[in-house]
Design a protein around this ligand. Structure first.
Ligand code: PLP
Length: 452
């Protein structure tokens, strides 16, 4: 940072401050982690300076021999780690991985057959009328994914995201009583809606998915089965999710981020059955620009780390620790969505503390516990204030926390929330944003987190 300081001291200072803050707080954001030093070091190199549009061995720029090595090694590790037929390491983020996957599926299922029908080799050979027909067909396609308030992700067809503008979308939720996925309900929705793509995957669902059942549903209606394992890729890599809980053997296309439970650099990956490989390989220029070569290199390093026995142990600890955190919260009277967890996420319903998710998130932050507010199923407070707080174990497990530490974390969370009161709004009802914490509690919890 000394060299950065000479150019822009504010950036050096902010970077140092971030390290101090991350060390001083308890990072419970389910999508965050601590990348290793080899991963961090690989991100900051001159590989960043090279343009390499295209794909391995087929670039639009000269001199890409080293980038070919980088991209090939990243893809090789991804294939071997996950047992995938094909892997693509270029997406810059999870959203880019999903966009690449959606357009690869559209290229495969809609564009390819249309080109044959119109007697064209590529889209450049289409007449204006053919092209208008093809564009209309893209816009008519349907997607079925998990609803946002049940824990799905914005990129699975929701209107604020481009996926919701590209596809006619419907969603499946969870059972109102158990808050678990109901495969019969998903099958009924799929039969009725007949989507081109059935998406499984989540950002805030604290349970595993049976991918064999989802694949059966997709096959019955002839849909492409896509899994977004952005959140739980580390648990798949670490073989905590096996058999029917491993999406790779079942899904046609699997996307992931590399920075959450997988503990790599920020970025995305797409894996697919061989049939989709040529379309996914067109990610650049389909929806991506020049690949971030330094980030592909860092993905390769992280994936190499994830192939070690130490990572398998880490992944098992992530899941075991989530159980300890959940039990610690429930034994102290807290209510959890689905009454527990069997992945890395714990979704705490804070309405029993008389708080909104926003109040709970802010009060916890005051006490040095970093979380994010999150909707619970059928949330009466909507997506901004919410009634939940999402907690995750990947980051603190990387710091070496075990069952005892997570039980203590649960105790501290309950201490903060039981001592936080929603401030009254001008209507005389509890407001949704303001709150007060009883004197001394935030400092006491902060001091306790320092000991952990
Ligand atoms: N998919 C899922 C399931 C996610 O949870 C997220 C991120 O929160 C993404 C995709 C998007 O990832 P990124 O933020 O890297 O674009």
């Amino acid at each position: 940072l000394k060299v950065v300081e000479q150019v822009e001291p504010r950036i050096a200072a902010a970077t140092r401050a971030e390290l101090t803050d991350q060390r001083a707080s308890l990072k419970l954001i389910a999508s965050e982690n601590y990348a290793s030093l080899p991963v961090l070091a690989t991100m900051g190199t001159w590989l960043s300076d090279k343009y390499a549009e295209g794909t391995v061995g087929h670039r639009f720029y000269a001199g890409c021999q080293n980038i070919d090595t980088v991209e090939s090694v990243a893809a090789e590790h991804a294939r071997e780690l996950f047992g995938a037929e094909y892997a693509y390491a270029q997406p810059h983020s999870g959203i880019d991985a999903n966009l690449t996957a959606f357009w690869a599926i559209l290229a495969n299922k809609i564009e390819g057959p249309a080109l044959t029908e119109f007697g064209a080799k590529t889209v450049n050979d289409l007449t204006e009328a053919d092209w208008a027909t093809l564009r209309k067909r893209f816009g008519e396609q349907k997607m079925l994914g998990m609803s946002l308030d049940a824990g799905g992700h914005l990129t699975h067809g929701f209107r604020p995201n481009i996926s919701g503008k590209m596809f006619d979308q419907r969603s499946y939720g969870t059972d109102p009583t158990t808050q678990l996925l109901d495969y019969d309900q998903i099958a009924t929705a799929a039969r009725e809606f007949k989507p081109l793509i059935l998406v499984a995957g989540y950002s805030a669902y604290p349970r595993r998915i049976n991918f064999a059942k989802m694949k059966e549903i997709a096959d019955e209606i002839g849909a492409v089965f896509m899994v977004d394992m952005a959140h739980f890729a580390g648990l798949v890599a670490g073989k905590v999710f096996k058999g029917e809980e491993d999406p790779i053997p079942y899904a046609d296309v699997v996307t992931t981020t590399t920075h959450k439970s997988l503990r790599g650099p920020r970025g995305g990956l797409v894996m697919a059955k061989e049939e989709y490989a040529p379309s996914v390989d067109r990610g650049c220029p389909l929806v991506l620009g020049g690949p971030l070569s330094h980030m592909m290199a860092a993905k390769a390093v992280a994936l190499a780390e994830a192939r070690t026995p130490a990572f398998q142990e880490y992944a098992q600890n992530v899941a075991d620790n989530a159980k300890s955190l959940a039990e610690g919260l429930m034994s102290r009277g807290s209510k959890l969505v689905t009454d527990g967890t069997d992945n890395h996420i714990v979704l705490l319903d804070v309405s029993s503390f008389g708080l909104t998710g926003r109040q709970a998130e802010s009060a916890l932050l005051d006490a040095g516990v970093v979380t994010n507010r999150n909707s619970v199923p059928s949330d009466p407070n909507g997506a901004w204030y919410t009634s939940g707080v999402r907690l995750g174990t990947p980051a603190l497990t990387s710091r070496g926390f075990g069952a005892a530490e997570f039980d203590r974390v649960a105790e501290l969370i309950v201490e903060v929330l039981t001592n936080t009161e929603a401030a009254m709004a001008s209507t005389g009802k509890p407001g949704k944003a303001k709150y007060t914490i009883a004197d001394g509690v935030a400092d006491r919890v902060k001091a306790a987190t320092d000991e952990l």
